[in-house]
Design a protein around this ligand. Sequence first.
Ligand code: NAG
Ligand code: NAG
Ligand code: NAG
Ligand code: NAG
Ligand code: NAG
Length: 683
Amino acid sequence: MDATNENSENSVLGQGAANGLPNDGTGVIKMDPWLSPFKEELKKRYSKAQDWIKKIDETEGGLDKFSRGFEKFGINVDSQNNITYREWAPNATQAFFIGDFNDWSRESHPMKKDPFGVFEVVLPAVNGEPAIKHNSKIKISMVLPSGERIERIPAWITYVTQDLHISPVYDGRFWNPPKAERYVFKNPRPKKPESARVYEAHIGISSPELRVSTYKEFTLNMLPRIQHLGYNVIQLMAIMEHAYYASFGYQINSFFAASSRYGSPEELKELIDTAHGMGIVVLLDVVHSHASKNVLDGLNEFDGTDSCYFHGGPKGKHELWDSRLFNYGSHEVLRFLLSNLRFWMDEYMFDGFRFDGVTSMLYTHHGIGTGFCGGYHEYFGPGVDEEAVAYLMIANELLHDLYPEMITIAEDVSGMPALCVNLSLGGIGFDYRLAMAIPDMWIKILKEVKDDNWDMANICFTLTNRRHGEKTIAYCESHDQALVGDKSIMMHLCDAEMYTNMSTLTAFTPVIERGMALHKMIRLITHALGGEGYLNFEGNEFGHPEWLDFPRAGNDNSFWYARRQFNLTADDLLRYKFLNEFDSGMQHAEQKYGWLHSPQAYISLKNEADKVIVFERAGLVWVFNFHPTKSYPDYRIGIEQEGTYRVVLNTDTKAYGGFERIDAGTRFFTTPTAIVLALESTL
Ligand SMILES: *[C@@H]1O[C@H](CO)[C@@H](O)[C@H](O)[C@H]1NC(C)=O
Ligand SMILES: *[C@@H]1O[C@H](CO)[C@@H](O)[C@H](O)[C@H]1NC(C)=O
Ligand SMILES: *[C@@H]1O[C@H](CO)[C@@H](O)[C@H](O)[C@H]1NC(C)=O
Ligand SMILES: *[C@@H]1O[C@H](CO)[C@@H](O)[C@H](O)[C@H]1NC(C)=O
Ligand SMILES: CC(=O)N[C@H]1CO[C@H](CO)[C@@H](O)[C@@H]1O
């Protein structure tokens, strides 16, 4: 997008017309005629986004400039080391810049207020050096109309630290390392992967040790592991600074700060650059759905009022999450959030975002107490927060325009139509949505259904029930399933026997044998049928035991469950290594055959009595036998393309901890097993 382009409205939004489709937000009706009763609503949505863009063009010189708010707001250092600090705090009457640099004087550095509520102060360089030392502590002190004094951490601050020995309240820091200490990126961003194989990770838990792991350790230990497994996308959770570690990153207090728990900003840059060098793209979990209600070190009551960045009153509060809700209809909030996205892209070289809590953003009821049954009326009308919809439309359009290779993923449980369709057609513009119904299905089956009662048709239906023309990322379990009082799928399958019977020195028990087989099959069928992308939460690739629980008062601040026991796979005498190698085999097979970016599977057989599922995708034939006891020699299946097929992936192979009951030469497969066959000519 070009800031100087007078006509950027057309360059942004004119694509629909060029395709011969209506240029009014209703193009998506061509893809889904069921949307036609909502034509007027679609038009309204589209024109709301368009009006915003027009207004920003007129008042701010275009979206590009508008979304580089970090060049104007917060603390900026110019080429001659003058420091300028600007802050939007419309309801404060006076403001002062305070910190170590002026011995916290509440008088010495007053700021000037402009008619838009923006305070400004310039600190000229001292002998050519910045007037504030790198990493020293700073704050803003403000006077309210009542005369009351309040102190806040700058809203656009890029580094904050917490010293729990002194106080849980964060210190704002001026991050301005000398040139020699700044990380310099070496690798270009990799190309956007055709198939997204996503490894969802959390820096702090990424070691077996009972402490918070670091960016450095992740770079050193985790990146090679993820590369070996064959994932091409890393989705980093809990990076934006969050005051409460146990919130899993969901109570953000400083939106522009990378969490200092794991190390310095430069160390996070090194992590991302190193991943890029391996051809892996890195996505940030961005939380724009809500914010921490912290006042002293958050955005809450920033200028002393209940509103500022948020809606005032009950509309600005999320009851269940006990947090604040942004006012997406405010010009300055829009600047803050759009600039936040660009900051992570430009400063850290992230390759895109997983937008957290999209359902909460889209609806005024935030999805609380609402079951979405798929009736289209649920997606339009008064239940929808059209300001949030417009925000997400603009964010996606801006990002894809500036960074054509970037990826956005929506965490939405509601099934909002056109969420992953271009704005030019009237969509909200995400690349992918998460298939949140799939993990729910697996947990339900594992909790409630006996082995011989698994419903083949229902499994196939849930795995393939998705919107045509919109891409979905499938997963068996994410961090959610490990966190909310639940446990990992492997733990559901094997429970206490994981502690005693995973040794390769003892014979398979029936529970471990079945559990390992099903763990591989559940992943494989989800991978193959469930979407256009696949996601794994770190550790589950090798059947991580137990669950996640972060240190908090209720568990005596224990790290016991706030870690990932990667060394279980390094132990040659344990069976976890087989599950790990299977995951690697599965990802690499996808890399070779590209089923995720091939058209949906054609399911040729769902046999409830035999518990057999057969389908074809990407020219491969997939055969699953879920039967707990039966094997089928000489089972006949129909195949689209005749020829000689060979096994390319077999859950029962010895390398994956199986029995090798099917070898490539025979036509047998046995309980419970899955094989993937490819035409010999493609091997
Ligand atoms: C904030 O200031 C504006 C402009 O001075 C005023 O109109 C508004 O009522 C104030 N809001 C609050 C909550 O005090
Ligand atoms: C820095 O401040 C000095 C003194 O106010 C001023 O003369 C100079 O132009 C400023 N430098 C830049 C790059 O704006
Ligand atoms: C894994 O590492 C943890 C912590 O360093 C250690 O306590 C445990 O014994 C190790 N387990 C294995 C199987 O190596
Ligand atoms: C959506 O836009 C992207 C690029 O912005 C383009 O590659 C893609 O073909 C578009 N899709 C549709 C359905 O127009
Ligand atoms: C074969 C084997 O090691 N079986 C053990 C599985 O675990 C139980 C206790 O949970 C032991 O009693 C078995 O000996």
